[in-house]
Design a protein around this ligand. Structure first.
Ligand code: ADP
Ligand code: MG
Length: 323
């Protein structure tokens, strides 16, 4: 079982940033509205994620670390309508198999919380502790027992780059959640959690970007786009300034790329890439989730409609503004 976990871990847990992604997604699934992420040495030495979500029931703590025991996919139909972020039930099993994990959690109805320590898939401690409502995960010495993978890791600086990028996207994808990111004791990012996308853009990209935005807000065929496009002087020569989220999840899509760029060119004959950050709200059944869950590419059932939504959203935003 442990070998299977270690092998499978390679799929889910590629590097420190993928551990953080899974743990933050779990916190969001647990309805947390404040999440603190702390790392040391690019997450290879130490990761701590604290949330104020609903916690894990003490009877469920052990099972949470068993592969697939928690999978939310019960039948075929669920596959197409899944909206929550976690639905594979293997992240915790994988993470615990390649690191030293400590979990502290408490639900509202419980007088005390639980502390659980599991290292390389082996249980070390299970005890009651006093703690606030919510969940804290500490992951130390990632890949300590898989030297091949450990060697494959880049420098702490490179891993930190992946982590920052991930947290920026998580924060932009969830303006309703207050994120705090601390690296080696220094606060790197803090968002308000007041559900204002513009505030999140300010936290991530700074004032120069935040004060040069045009609002996008458009609905089409039951789908909605909302967010911002930057004024032309923010443009870049590549797509690094294009962020978009499908029902809160950061994605990549050729159709959306084309709609952004065509929509932009319809108004301004510039062969550059605009700053955009927007959210798409599309019914779960119109999205093909059979695409691998850790990949960002998403397919839509009706691509032409999604194209229209984004294209028109951008066109109408640009029309409103004298550029
Ligand atoms: P999945 O998210 O796919 O169900 P995971 O391995 O990521 O699988 O998590 C296993 C289970 O542990 C979750 O289904 C959830 O019940 C519980 N869990 C994990 N993290 C948290 C958290 N931060 N708050 C509350 N419950 C959590
Ligand atoms: Mg999960």
């Amino acid at each position: 079982q442990n070998t299977i976990n270690k092998i499978a871990a390679g799929e889910v847990v590629e590097r420190p940033a993928s551990v953080i992604k899974e743990l933050v997604e779990n916190a969001i699934d647990a309805k947390a509205d404040a999440i603190t992420i702390e790392v040391k040495e690019g997450g290879l030495k130490f990761i701590r994620i604290t949330d104020n979500g609903f916690g894990i029931h003490k009877e469920d703590v052990k099972a949470a670390f068993l592969r697939h025991s928690t999978s939310k996919i019960k039948n075929e139909e669920d596959l197409t309508s899944i909206m929550s972020l976690g639905f594979r039930g293997e992240a915790l099993a994988s993470i615990a198999s390649v690191g030293r994990v400590e979990l502290i959690t408490k639900q509202e109805a419980e007088p005390v919380g639980i502390r659980y320590v599991i290292e390389g898939g082996v249980e070390k401690v299970l005890e009651e502790v006093g703690c606030p409502i919510g969940t804290t995960f500490i992951v130390k010495d990632l890949f300590y027992n898989t030297p091949a993978r450990r060697k494959f890791m880049k420098t702490a600086g490179t891993e930190l780059g992946y982590i920052s990028d991930l947290i920026h996207k998580m924060a932009l994808g969830h303006p309703e959640v207050s994120f705090k990111f601390i690296n080696d004791g220094k606060i790197k990012l803090q968002t308000t959690g007041k559900n204002k996308l513009k505030d999140c853009i300010f936290s991530v990209y700074g004032m120069e970007v935040a004060k040069n935005l045009i609002e996008i807000n458009w609905s089409f065929e039951g789908m909605r786009i909302e967010g911002f496009i930057g004024k032309p002087h923010l443009n870049r020569g590549n797509r690094t300034y294009e962020n978009y989220f499908l029902n809160g999840r950061y994605i990549k899509s050729k159709v959306i790329e084309k709609a952004i760029e065509d929509g932009y060119k319809s108004k301004l004959m510039l062969h550059q890439y605009p700053f955009v950050t927007f959210h798409l709200h599309v019914d779960g059944k119109d999205v093909d989730v059979n695409v691998h869950p850790t990949k960002m590419e998403v397919r839509f059932m009706e691509e032409a409609k999604v194209f229209q939504l984004v294209y028109k959203g951008i066109e109408s935003a640009l029309n409103r503004e004298a550029l």
